[in-house]
Structure formats: structure tokens, C-alpha cells
Design a protein around this ligand. Structure first.
Ligand code: ADP
Ligand code: MG
Length: 259
């Protein structure tokens, strides 16, 4: 990234009246198999969006496309005004904007919780260690894990480890957080503490996109629900309407199975 034209191409022109995430006509194929078949929707800053749908319908792929973990074949995805799949885009800049938390938290086992949270800002962003530490301590508090700073992942419950993973993502100071079934692998008794953490974030105004099977939580927290089937969004709406009165037969069937 040295020439001035490249720099210009990576600079965001975003204002709060525009969507923070804008997904337009996205297609994604793996070989002959089209996983996403034209996905379009916008997310405004501070909104919480929940994506639900049957297994294999493309939910994880969609999140991975937003984070540029996988390339798209057609369409566009903008985050804070920046075209995510622009080959000239500084991928590091994008990693800073979009945080992602997975079902598997993958903490570094030989680092303490606090060290896990501090690692990326120091190693990737080359930020000052003392400042990063200060921020990491605050983040541990935010995810309600103060007192566990020096614990190793193996000494923490699944829910606690997942909250460290959330804090680690927040340490990059993202504009948007993506959560891909982050409670799916947890023991039931620790699911709630992770959902409470996500709710705290949402209430503070963090833009969140969640793929989840926690329908009660989605109903409580979401501004918008999206139902995906077979690579397309077949239904969307505010949760009240969405759950009380689903229109599409596939949404009805899906909700009927899990509610
Ligand atoms: P969901 O999260 O809704 O369960 P995914 O996005 O994980 O769905 O997967 C959608 C489909 O794409 C599945 O059939 C899956 O097997 C396929 N798929 C996902 N990732 C890859 C990949 N890297 N290579 C080939 N096929 C993939
Ligand atoms: Mg998935």
C-alpha cells in the first residue's frame, strides 16, 4: 500500500446516516455448489441483526464473507463505506473494523486470559503494551471476568473462555461484531453468561450480527431477524412480527421445529 491511488481506494467514506454494513447481491460458490445465491441487506450502526436458518443454508459463509475470510463471486459487501472485497483493500484495516467470534473459541492455551486479550493489538497493530494492558483490563471487566485475568484457558469454563474470546475481539476496537453460534458448544449453565455479555454490548450500541439458535434471546435482542434457506434470505422483519406471524412456509416450518 504505497501509491496514493491505492491509499485513496482503501479510505472509507462513511457517515452515520448510511448503513455500517451493506450487503448487495452477494453470490458465493464452492466449486459447482452455490452457497449464497443473491443476498442483499443493510445493517445500521448500533443495530442487532440475527440470522437464523437450517444447517447448511449459508449463514456461516455469509459472516465469513463479511469478514473477508472467504472471497465472494458476485456482488458487494461494504463495511463502514469500505468495499471488503476490493483487492486493494488493506486487510489489516478490515480485521480492525470487523470482530468475529466463533463456536470454537481457540484461545492460546499457554497464555493467560489477559495475555490472550492483549495479543493482537500488540502483535498485529503494534500498539503500546501499557496502553493495551489498560484496555484489556477494562475489557475483562466488561465481559464480567475481572479476577480471572491470570487464569489460563484450561482453568476456565467454556462460557468464561468464550467471554475471553469476545474480549479479545473487542480489543481491536471493531465497528461491527459477528457472532457465529457462539453458544452452540457450551454447557447449558454457561450459555446465559455469554448471552448476557452480548446483550451488554448491544445495549452499549455495538453493531452486532448474530447467527444463533437461541430464539428467546434473538426475540429479546434483535432489531431485525433474517431467515436464510438454501443461500437466500426468504424472510425478514422485526422480531415481534417475525416470530408471531411468519409468512413464508419455510420460516413457519423452521420455527415450528425449534420453538
Ligand atoms: P450454515 O452455517 O448455515 O450451516 P455454511 O455456510 O457453513 O452453512 O455452509 C453452507 C454450505 O456450504 C454447506 O453445504 C457447506 O458444506 C458448504 N461449505 C461451506 N464452506 C465450504 C468450503 N470451504 N468448501 C466447500 N463447501 C463449503
Ligand atoms: Mg454455521
Amino acid at each position: 500500500m504505497s501509491s496514493s491511488s491505492e491509499t485513496a481506494a482503501t479510505q472509507a467514506t462513511w457517515t452515520p446516516d448510511r448503513p455500517i454494513v451493506s450487503i448487495h447481491g452477494v453470490h458465493k460458490r464452492f466449486g459447482d455448489f452455490e452457497v449464497l445465491r443473491g443476498v442483499t441487506f443493510d445493517v445500521m450502526k448500533g443495530d442487532v441483526v440475527c440470522v437464523i436458518g437450517p444447517s447448511g443454508s449459508g449463514k456461516s459463509t455469509l459472516l465469513r464473507c463479511i469478514n473477508a475470510l472467504v472471497p465472494i463471486d458476485e456482488g458487494s459487501i461494504q463495511v463502514a463505506g469500505q468495499e471488503v472485497h476490493d483487492p486493494k483493500l488493506d486487510k489489516l484495516a478490515l480485521r480492525k473494523k470487523v470482530g468475529m467470534v466463533f463456536q470454537q473459541y481457540n484461545l492460546f492455551p499457554h497464555k493467560t486470559a489477559l495475555q490472550n486479550v492483549m495479543m493482537a493489538p500488540i502483535q498485529v497493530l503494534k500498539q503500546d503494551k501499557a496502553e493495551v494492558r489498560e484496555r484489556a483490563l477494562k475489557l475483562m471487566k466488561k465481559v464480567r471476568l475481572n479476577g480471572k485475568e491470570d487464569a489460563y484457558p484450561g482453568e476456565l469454563s467454556g462460557g468464561q473462555q468464550q467471554r475471553v474470546a469476545i474480549a479479545r475481539s473487542l480489543a481491536m476496537n471493531p465497528d461491527v461484531m459477528l457472532f457465529d453460534e457462539v453458544t452452540a458448544a457450551l454447557d447449558p449453565e454457561t450459555v446465559k453468561e455469554v448471552l448476557v455479555t452480548i446483550r451488554d454490548l448491544a445495549e452499549e450500541g455495538m453493531t452486532c450480527m448474530l447467527v444463533t439458535h437461541e430464539m428467546g434471546f434473538a426475540r429479546e435482542i434483535a432489531d431485525m431477524m433474517y431467515f436464510t434457506d438454501n443461500g437466500v434470505i426468504v424472510e425478514s422483519g422485526p422480531p415481534k412480527e417475525f416470530f408471531a406471524n411468519p409468512r413464508d412456509a419455510r420460516t413457519k416450518e423452521f420455527l415450528g421445529q425449534i420453538l
